[in-house]
Design a binder for this molecule. Structure first.
Ligand code: 5GP
Length: 145
């Protein structure tokens, strides 16, 4: 998959938006959905996606949808930093397979970074469901307060 092509409505994030596939949801409104990455590169790795824009990448999304996504990215970055107290945090977005994109519905990664800890391989090791559920509960509690 490159930068160019048709949007595939069967991609995993489209399935999650429709409720056809599960996710560890952290936030949802009319336009934006955020959930934990199930193959986390670091503890707290979160994905933020637009719900209404059938856009594969940053070249295809309309500016209004992108703004709404980024507002949630900023809010959740604050939540992750407050709750998990990482030493740093990466916010990343990949376009096209050569740039590292593996799911072709635009998304933004929020990856907390901890002192002395290297990133796990991208989209590789699956986290334990119990660990993800516990992390989800912890972050939802922080969001509610
Ligand atoms: P990309 O490589 O396209 O920038 O990122 C796609 C991300 O989606 C990867 O970090 C990968 O771990 C994550 N991912 C792939 N499949 C699933 C899934 O079924 N559920 C969740 N929550 N994340 C997924």
């Amino acid at each position: 998959m490159s930068l160019y092509g048709d949007y595939d409505p069967q991609n995993i994030f489209a399935q999650i938006i429709r409720g056809d596939a599960p996710c560890y949801k952290l936030y949802e409104d009319e336009d934006v959905l955020a959930f934990l990455d199930v193959f986390p590169q670091a503890y707290g790795h979160t994905l933020v996606i637009p719900k209404r824009a059938a856009a594969r990448n940053i070249l295809e999304i309309d500016a209004d949808s992108l703004s709404k996504v980024m507002a949630v990215v900023q809010k959740l970055t604050g939540v992750l930093v407050a709750e998990l107290e990482p030493a740093g945090v990466q916010v990343a977005q990949f376009n096209g397979a050569p740039a590292g994109q593996t799911v072709f519905h635009i998304h933004v990664h929020i990856v907390p970074r901890y002192e002395g800890e290297a990133l796990a391989m991208h989209a590789a090791g699956k986290a334990e469901p119990t660990e993800l559920a516990a992390l989800q509960a912890r972050l939802l509690q922080r969001i509610a307060n």
